[in-house]
Design a protein. Structure first.
Length: 107
C-alpha cells in the first residue's frame, strides 16, 4: 500500500490576505476590473498592505494592475488574469482534496 501525497497548496495564494484578494476578484467576470479603493474597503485592508499583496500576486502573474485616469482622477484597476483564475481553481481543488475523507479519495 502506498501513501498518497497530499496536494500542494499554492504558497502565493495560500497567505490569508492574498487568498482574500483572489476570492474577491474571482467573482468578477473575466475582463471586469475592480477599483483599488473598492477592493481595499471590501477587504478592510490598508492601502499599503493591499499594495504589498497585490505586488506578490502581480509578480506571480495572477493579477493585472492597471493605472489609468477617469477624467483627471488617477485610478488603479485590478483583475485576475487567466493564469490567476486557473491557479485559484487548482488551489480550491487542492483544498477540497485535502478535506475529503481518505476513503473517498481515488486509489
Amino acid at each position: 500500500m502506498t501513501v498518497e501525497q497530499p496536494p500542494e497548496l499554492d504558497p502565493v495564494i495560500h497567505a490569508q490576505a492574498r487568498l482574500r484578494v483572489v476570492v474577491a476578484l474571482s467573482v468578477l467576470r473575466e475582463g471586469d476590473r475592480m477599483a483599488f479603493p473598492r477592493l481595499k474597503d471590501l477587504l478592510a485592508m490598508t492601502a499599503g498592505n493591499l499594495s504589498v499583496h497585490l505586488r506578490k500576486l502581480e509578480d506571480a502573474g495572477y493579477v493585472d494592475v492597471t493605472k489609468t485616469h477617469q477624467g483627471r482622477t488617477p485610478t488603479t484597476l485590478v483583475c485576475l488574469t487567466r493564469r490567476g483564475r486557473l491557479a485559484f481553481e487548482e488551489y480550491t481543488a487542492a483544498v477540497r482534496a485535502l478535506l475529503e475523507p481518505p476513503s473517498e479519495r481515488e486509489p
